[in-house]
Design a protein around this ligand. Sequence first.
Ligand SMILES: Nc1ncnc2c1ncn2[C@@H]1O[C@H](COP(=O)(O)OP(=O)(O)O)[C@@H](O)[C@H]1O
Ligand code: SF4
Ligand SMILES: [Mg+2]
Length: 568
Amino acid sequence: MADLTVSDDRAIWEAKVERLWATRPSRWRDAWHELSRNKLALAGAVIVVFFTLAALVGPALAPYDYAKQVLSDNLLPPLSKGHLLGTDELGRDLLSRLLLGIRISLLVGLGTTAIALTVGTIVGMLAGYYRGWVDRVLNGFVELIWGFPLILIAVLLIGAIGPGLTGVVIAVGFVNWAGFARIVRGDVFALREKEFVAAARVLGKRDIEIMVRHLPRPPTQRPGVSRSEVALDVKGLRTTLFLRDGPVDVVRGVSFQLREGETLALVGESGCGKTMAALSVMRLLPDPPARVTGGDVLLGGKDIRALPEHEMRSLRGDAVSMVFQEPLTSLDPVFTVGDQIVEAITAHRRLSQREAREMAIEILKEVQIPSPEQRLGDYPHQLSGGMRQRVMIAMALVLDPKVLIADEPTTALDVTIQAQILDLIRSEQEQRRLAVLLITHNLAVVSQVADRVAVMYAGEIVEEAPASEVFADPRHPYTQGLLSSIPSAAGDRKHLYTIPGRVPDPRVLPPACLFAPRCPYALKRCWHEHPELEASDGHLLRCWNPQPFTALHAVEPGEVDLRAATSE
Ligand SMILES: Nc1ncnc2c1ncn2[C@@H]1O[C@H](COP(=O)(O)OP(=O)(O)O)[C@@H](O)[C@H]1O
Ligand code: SF4
Ligand SMILES: [Mg+2]
């Protein structure tokens, strides 16, 4: 291998990527993989399969007829001759009745669930999608049904339809649909606000098509920092996804320190592991498949990785808070804004509802929400995107945490509102001496608020430096690429640079420098030796062959011939 050229290394890696993509698993295998990791769901599936098989073969195994009575043999105990489970008061064989009855029970169960699910989904979808009077009428009907004793309705229905299996299935199905309708209505309320729904409308799709095809979606040490100033200290954090193909690391030994009153921006393209790093700190990873497999997280000097969940829960919101990209998915659509802020307060503080409400009004004022008293009674969907993000920030700050993690807090907002939300985060941070970890893919956002910048690529930090340094003198080719791809404020860039290729799939990472396949300065060494993060002139840098910024900057798009540039 030693005498291979860079382009051979590259070809080997590309072939691996192609092989992986060619062997994508089928949906059935994916479904089986998911099921096999969830022990409870697996146990449920085993029970369902057992009873289904029993229903299929039961009639062939039943020794007697379902209704056959032998009055002289009544109330026989189990293990009696000819009657394994004994008999009932009319002398009917219990084993036979069980084997033949399973089929009926299963039919009733499947039939009633199918009816309840269908009616509930349609009603909930219509109410959540159209809102207004449609919602008022349908929701009023749902409330009415809930107000009646369900068993009474079922008995009345059976009386009207007549006895028999069909009557029972329709009656029980009908009394159960209201619960499904409520759940679906709440979900559709939130989903309807999403960009993909707006995009479908822009494309001229009809309401029915949006409801049927679009809505039913399944819902990743700096010198000179004194210890006392450090609010959050992350050391060698490793987060692993346990996937069907085996474990893959999506956060690979990430370390950073966040001081009181400073904003550290974690930047990188989508898929670099930024969110996984943040969720690891919060201990909110989706487990399975993700788990922290290495490193330490110190919050105010206290190691939080080993804390019991109830202690961690009391730290969340109180010591460290998080704001997400899309406030509509983090705000509960079925509760008012006021209820949600009050609940966040009373979960951590012993306060009366009135005191909590006053705190809620104060914090809404602080985040500049007009007429906060009235807004407390609003549901999330009644607020604009910018207002919802202000509410999320209010909720995150109401308990006065020391650390705020903001994951793409402005990505879902338009440019004017983005600037307002960034101003708000900046002013809150100064007032409260908050330590802010700002996660974004957008360097323009970083330039407005960050004190320091850590650039993340494929799960690793590749460069870290004060923000002014990163903008004036970026050293890592990836940082240079990111900077060359944003319009300059002076408007002196005729063409914007595009980093060729994309972030590697974490399952088939390049063998040494993870950026090598996209790097215009890659050397042979870059394909064989993994560069470490090392201090260099006030930067922390992970690169074998850093070049002055101007070199890349001067390259026009289309002029980057990657293969020519990568051969030595
Ligand atoms: N629940 C999940 N299951 C499988 N892979 C995931 C999951 N969440 C994230 N990933 C993968 O982890 C990597 C890092 O994702 P993420 O932290 O969301 O990136 P970022 O926030 O930088 O855009 C990506 O390759 C992504 O595909
Ligand atoms: S180590 Fe090599 S491939 Fe990686 S960024 Fe630096 S020059 Fe590019
Ligand atoms: Mg993310």
